[in-house]
Ligand binder design. Structure first.
Ligand code: FAD
Length: 517
């Protein structure tokens, strides 16, 4: 009597592989499509989803429900406190609606794959035809293999292979057909589902009214906004993206990451649209467009890495345990039985520091390193941070402070509106030299040089660190040693909590002993 599409992190109508399949089945059988989404507060806890991201998801659901309703498609949303109940509940709903078909896009995180494996079994037990689709990556994980038959662990050859694959298999760049009006009469058969309300924020996550309003203004929800951003970015910024993307002042990147993370836009749509804007080339026609496409491809890359080396996944146990105390090495970060490992096994032996005060200074943007502090305050205010500074602060935490990168990985997830396990883990692996990146560990970011290079006039710093607003010239990058100590001190800006050269030496020695010893 119906086809159910189970929405997850694919909160859109356009270019949605599984939704398109659901539509096809519905058309062939002249039956209605029903959309379903299960809110799982336990999942939010287990995956450290930030309140900003939960709020963004709920707002996106509201918009999606409205858009679907205009096509006579109901979106039924309910909360399941226990995530383990989701597979059973999905099947119960299918039975309740007499749906013999269930469609969903696959998510590659370990917990999600386990959940979906249960759905497959439950559907088989109840004679429901479950059709999973690969949708979240442009190129499905597993399809790019080295000459030696292995998975790529290095981005550059992987990206060449990704481009080659897309040239040889253009159907991977074909966008899925947009759904039209519901083929079956859902308004008649499932009228009550159209009244379904989107739940409020779960009690475990909260935002102040001020934050809520700010995030609504910064990131209006839904796929229309995602499309608007993409088009604006391609028109106004993408051409110079290769030159400007690392510059901190101004808006030089697409700021689409929250929309990719919730699935309000697909990576495929982004690549296809950028390709079109690049005179339909997927090679070096215009450096700006190609550079942007290669950034979107990083998202695919880290998902491929996760699929091939799932031991990097933190697994639910790790996050259901109380947060490890940062004071004591004994009760400090310990590996859960098999997961949350870094990619490089030898990096597990790096000796970390567990200085709670330094971690707090980092997280509050009070390290005395203006570029680091500006970035951490941007994160607190916007639930988002520029990619350049994500690299700077992750390197600073794991090398200058020698604090276990997983503390930072966790903190990011708890605060980012675009928090995404694969990309975040990949980014932290890069910053801490424990991941797939082949850059040698001794390339340690110098916060001062990064600041001078990517915020030459100190505009970004002055914006986010008001204590330094009156500091003139290049003293902004290092006020205490460049003659602006009096202003900094008067305004309560802290002195640097570590000395970079000495910290660098310590990091080099520790990394060397773990990685080469
Ligand atoms: P643009 O520059 O416009 O790029 C377009 C899109 O490409 C992004 O939206 C993103 O989906 C993808 N992308 C770009 N760079 C990367 C990258 N290095 N890795 C993976 N995908 C990329 N990105 C997340 O989406 N979620 C995270 O939780 C996350 N955590 C990170 C943590 C660290 C320590 C680092 C160094 C990077 C992290 N990134 C993460 C990647 C990157 O910083 C953001 O995707 C980017 O800053 C988002 O801004 P944008 O949308 O304007 O990007």
């Amino acid at each position: 009597k119906a086809v159910v599409h189970w929405f997850k992190t694919d909160l859109r109508l356009q270019d949605n592989r599984a939704l398109s399949t659901a539509f096809q089945i519905a058309k062939d059988n002249q039956i209605p499509v029903i959309g379903v989404y299960i809110v799982s507060p336990e999942d939010f806890e287990a995956h450290l989803t930030s309140p900003a991201r939960v709020d963004f998801t709920l707002r996106t659901l509201k918009q999606l429900q409205k858009d679907l309703s205009e096509l006579d498609i109901p979106l039924y949303v309910e909360t399941q406190e226990k995530r383990k109940n989701i597979p059973t509940r999905i099947v119960e709903l299918c039975q309740q609606w007499e749906a013999k078909h269930l469609c969903a896009n696959l998510e590659y995180e370990v917990d999600e794959l386990r959940r979906d494996a249960k759905v497959v079994r439950r559907c088989a037990d109840h004679d429901i035809d479950f059709t999973p689709s690969h949708d979240t990556c442009v190129v499905t994980p597993g399809l790019l293999i080295t000459g030696a038959g292995k998975q790529y662990a290095v981005y550059t050859p992987w990206f060449r292979s990704w481009l080659r694959f897309l040239k040889e298999n253009p159907d991977y760049l074909e966008m899925s057909e947009d759904p039209g009006t519901n083929p079956g009469d859902a308004r008649k058969q499932f009228a009550d589902l159209f009244d379904c309300k989107i739940p409020d924020m779960p009690s475990s996550k909260s935002l102040s009214e001020k934050e809520k309003k700010r995030f609504e203004e910064l990131y209006p929800a839904g796929e229309h906004e995602a499309t608007r951003r993409l088009e604006k970015f391609l028109k106004e910024k993408c051409g110079d993206y290769d030159k400007n993307r690392s510059m901190l002042p101004g808006e030089n990147t697409s700021a689409l990451s929250p929309y990719f993370a919730s699935g309000a836009i697909s990576a495929r749509t982004a690549v296809v649209t950028a390709k079109r804007a690049n005179k339909n080339h997927l090679d070096r026609y215009d450096q700006g467009h190609m550079t942007w496409i290669s950034e979107v491809a990083w998202r695919d890359f880290y998902r491929h890495v996760l699929v091939h080396w799932p031991f990097i996944w933190y697994g639910v146990l790790y996050y259901l345990l109380p947060p490890p105390s940062i004071h004591s090495r004994k009760s400090g970060l310990t590996d859960p039985p098999s997961m949350n490992k870094c990619f490089k096994p030898e990096a597990t032996n790096i000796e970390w520091e567990y200085d709670a005060d330094q971690f707090q200074a980092w997280s509050e943007g009070k390290t005395g390193f203006p570029i680091v502090d500006a970035a951490m305050r941007q994160l607190k205010h916007c639930a988002w941070m520029h990619n350049r500074t994500r690299m700077v602060v992750s390197s600073f935490l794991s090398k200058d402070l020698m604090i276990d990168w997983r503390r930072g990985e966790r903190f990011f997830m708890e605060h980012l509106i675009d928090g995404d396990f694969a990309s975040n883990h990949g980014g932290w692996g890069f910053g801490s030299s424990t991941g797939v990146d082949p850059q040698p560990y001794f390339r340690i970011f110098n916060p001062l040089r990064q600041s001078e290079r990517f915020d030459p006039d100190g505009e970004y710093i002055r914006h986010w660190v008001p204590e330094l607003r009156d500091v003139k010239g290049n003293a902004i990058h290092e006020p205490y040693s460049r003659g602006a100590g009096a202003i900094a001190q008067k305004n309560g800006y802290p002195r640097p909590i570590v000395e970079h050269a000495a910290s660098r030496d310590r990091a080099l020695a520790r990394y060397k002993s773990a990685l080469q010893g």
